[in-house]
Design a protein around this ligand. Structure first.
Ligand code: NAP
Length: 242
């Protein structure tokens, strides 16, 4: 069993379908978890889904911090709070991101840029802030959530494919840069994740063909564990039934 009881983690996108599942799985395995949320209400909603024990006023294992992922200073302040609370930062899960349709023949550069901000800049900024204590301790696990669309452009999802493929190349580059610092950097690539929004958007699709949030979260947990020390720079599809 993966034991994260001496580990502390930062999770972005924790108010989302996958991010919330990742937070619950990390807490289940004993980790201390800090989440960056955009609003207090999102933090309250997340807490309401968790066992109260993890938020106990004495020695809480969950920190909910309001921070804008795109703002370096806010992410550095979040990291400072984590270090003050728990003295260490071992894991970063970049789960923030999102999809919007858009074509290539009639490009909408503003929409492309928005997808870049949402899927790439969030991960790059959060990672830069978290890397500092990881490199200092010579131990770290960075896991980002990409998408299978990173491998191949498809009609109507241009900006999304471009952003997710940039995330993949950035993962490889960063992994190479920090490989001697004890920090691994990987990206998981689901195709479609089961959830309320996808079920509403694709009522005729068979959701059993999609990855469940738990399946994706379990892979993330493994990559965040000590057991995954041999894996870095990898882009791992989560597409068993797709
Ligand atoms: N759903 C799928 O089928 C699918 C497939 C492949 C890959 N993925 C990837 O999996 C990850 C999680 O997706 P999901 O299905 O869990 O989506 P979700 O439920 O919509 O959650 C997305 C999360 O990302 C946050 N976020 C988005 N843009 C942000 C920004 N600019 N700054 C800060 N936070 C931001 C959202 O926060 P707010 O609530 O504040 O917006 C939310 O917490 C994403 O990276 C997504 O691209 C999803």
């Amino acid at each position: 069993m993966i034991d994260l009881s001496r580990r502390s983690a930062v999770v972005t996108g924790a108010s989302g379908n996958l991010g919330g599942t990742v937070v619950r799985r990390l807490l289940d395995q004993g980790a201390h978890v800090a989440v960056a949320v955009r609003s207090v209400a999102q933090g309250d909603a997340l807490r309401a889904t968790l066992n109260g024990a993890v938020t106990a006023p004495t020695a809480p294992r969950l920190l909910v911090i309001q921070a804008d992922l795109g703002v370096t200073g806010e992410m550095e302040a979040l990291v400072t709070s984590v270090l003050r609370a728990w003295g260490r930062l071992d894991i970063l899960v970049n789960a923030a991101g999102g999809f919007a349709p858009g074509g290539a023949a009639e490009p909408d550069l503003l929409a492309y840029r928005a997808l870049w901000e949402q899927n790439v800049a969030t991960a790059v900024t959060a990672t830069a802030a978290c890397l500092r204590p990881m490199r200092a301790r010579r131990r770290g696990r960075i896991v980002s959530v990409g998408a299978l669309a990173a491998f191949r452009g498809t009609a109507g999802a241009t900006g999304y494919s471009m952003a997710k493929s940039a995330l993949l190349r950035w993962t490889e580059a960063l992994a190479a840069e920090v490989r001697d610092d004890g920090v691994t950097v990987n990206v998981v690539l689901p195709s479609t994740i089961d959830g309320r929004e996808n079920r509403a958007a694709m009522p005729k699709a068979d959701p059993t063909r999609w990855a469940s949030p738990l399946e994706v979260a379990n892979l993330i947990l493994f990559l965040a564990s000590d057991e995954a020390s041999g894996i870095t720079g990898a882009s791992i599809p989560v597409t068993a039934r797709t």
